[in-house]
Every structure is written in structure tokens, then in C-alpha cells.
Design a binder for this molecule. Sequence first.
Ligand SMILES: *Cc1c(COP(=O)(O)O)cnc(C)c1O
Length: 402
Amino acid sequence: MDSSAHDDFKFDTLALRAGTLRSEFNEHSEALFLTSSFCFSSAAEAAERFANAEEGYTYSRVTNPTVTMFQNRLAALEGGEACIATASGMSAILSVVMCALQAGDHLVSSQSIFGSTMQLFSAILPKFGITATFVKAGDLEAWRSAIQPNTKMFFLETPSNPLTEVADIEAIGRIAKSVQALFVVDNCFCTPVLQQPLKLGADVVVHSATKHLDGQGRVMGGALVGSRQFVMEKVFPFVRTTGPTLSAFNAWILLKGMETLGIRIERQSSNALQLARRLETHPAVKQVFYPGLESHPQYAIAQRQQKAGGAVLSFELKGATPQEQRANAWRVIDQTQVCSITANLGDTRTTITHPASTTHGRISAEARAAAGISEGLIRLAVGLEDAGDLHTDLLRGLDAAS
Ligand SMILES: *Cc1c(COP(=O)(O)O)cnc(C)c1O
């Protein structure tokens, strides 16, 4: 299916077929090109390929057919012109930053972002003369007033982790556009199944393919999607020179993962909604955070912007003191028999995490409290198991807590 045909097909068809390249053998399943370099038929052809590295294959740091298939499929799913795949989500974010910004520039970012992204923006970029201001994602006035004469990028993660705060992509995009800042959205949680930020005004979408795109917790990967001009003229030369390239093997795994992306995300979202509703009525639970619940503060935005609530929900347990809250949360986690106690997400198997002592354990207690991450908070990344079994799994610890 060539890329000009994308407009004619629906998402589920593209997820299976967009970007497929067939070799001379006409294999049905996408081929895994485990090769670091490619041969030329003559010295003259080699010279030509090297002179024009975008056309044809020379070396897998530059391009590889299996990686190309993954890139073209994800570009089709996000509705973007071009995609570059990277070794991890973080290398995708780093590549965007390195290509869009230079010393003296400033970026504005939502404050509840992935921990390593926060670390990159707040501790690493300042060494290179790039500064950042962090704002509450849903506070449009805060985005506006954070703008400086040198602001060149807006960065947004929605929904946020672990409290699932939803921000209005279109509204923030308009503010970014008013100062010609490149608007980057991390679409890891929703995936293009639930939300396509490029259609809502984002310039670039970044992914940790490690999460839902693989979907089965097997490999690391990342990607960025945007205009041909930004992706091919700016990011591609950077990635092929500096080498944060996605491996062919991981690209092949991700291609297989994307075939089932639609049905996985829909089912994981409906499982998550069922669990969120049940947890909301449990006496030991203080609050449930899930964009699909009517009680969610940004429910209206989520309904407009996302096709469903997604796989991630969190809930806070009651407790008279932080110590008691933590004890209650740890009891729920320790009494599960189905959920995996691991900090990863986006897997077909449900994972359960205590953010305050793991993913958000390195930040100060005050910063954690300001971010709303209490000792009683549990994050669930809901998988494909039976929703009733998952509920029972959580009830063991919850009933003991109440
Ligand atoms: C995991 C994650 C990342 C980083 O991706 P890696 O593949 O681990 O490098 C970035 N953003 C979000 C929202 C994530 O969950």
C-alpha cells in the first residue's frame, strides 16, 4: 500500500497494511532485514547511493527496510507526512529537541511529564544553554504567560501520568502557533487509536513505542512523526549521523504489535473503565482518576479529544496519615495475584505501581505533594485480562484496608 493511498483507508486497515514493502520473494509477513549494510551492484552505484543517502539503502544506521516499514505505518496512523524511528522514546524526544532548538532557546512544557523527559529538560538541556519553564497542563493562561521572546517549543503530555490530567491540545496549539513555537505532543498514553494530535494542531508527535505500540512489553523503541520538512530535512540527518537508530529486530516486533493496536487499546480502555467505575464505589477508595469517568475534572475535554479513556487509571486510598495510606496501598499491591508489580505500562498484562515510592520516588516529598501524588496512590496500567478477575484481584487488599 503506497502512502498516497492512506486517505482512502480507515485506521484498522492502515494498522495492518500501511508501509508494507515486499522483497523479490513476495513474502506475506513483513521481512526482518537483519543486516548492518547493503551491497551495491557496482562501484558507480555505491558512489551514487552515498551521494544521495535518502534514496536506497547503504547502512542500517541510516535506513533499513524493516525500520522504513514501521516508520511509514506509524506516519499513516498518526496522519503525518513522515516518521523517524529511534531506539527508545527518550531518544525520539532528544532528537526533536536537538533539531528544533539551539543554545539561547527556551521551551515551555507541561509539568506532569515522564520522569526522564523532566530530567532532560531541567538538568541536561541547561548545560547546552536551553532553558525550560514548566506549567500546569490545563492552565492556558500559564502557557501564555510562560512565553519568552526566545520560546521556540511547546511540549505537552496528555493524559498525564499517573493522575490522568487531560489538557486541551487544540487550545494549547493555538497559543504555540501565535509565537511560532514548535508544538510537540507525547502521544504515548493514547496512541493514534484514541487521539491524533497532528489533526488537533500539533506539529510533532513523539512516541515511546516501548509501551502500547509493542503492547506486549518486549522491546524498546521510539518514534517521531511530523511534516516531511521537519522530519526528513532536520531530524533524519541528525539521527543518521548521531545514531539513536531503531534496530531492525525491534522494528519488526513493533510492526507485529501495531497489527493489534486498535483492538488492544479499545479493549484495555473498556476494561479500565469498568474497573474505574467499580473502584469509585469502594469504601476504602478516596478518589479514582480516569478520563472516562464523569467525575474526572476534564471529562468534557477528554470526551471531545479522545475516543476512550485509555488503559491507565490511578486511585487513591484513604488513610489517616501518609504512613497509613502507604500501608494500605502496599497491601493492595502485595495481595494481588494477577497484576504484575512493575513500573512499565502499555502491556497486554495489567501492571500495578506505587508511584510515590517508585516512578516518582526520587522527587522531594513536597514536590510530590504539589503534584498530587500521595502515599495512597496506586497506578494501574490495565491489560487484556478479564475485568472481573482484575477487580477481584484488587478487592483482596481493598477489603482488608476498609
Ligand atoms: C516511557 C515513556 C517515555 C520514554 O520512553 P522510553 O521508550 O522508555 O525511552 C516517554 N514518555 C512517556 C509518556 C512514557 O511513558
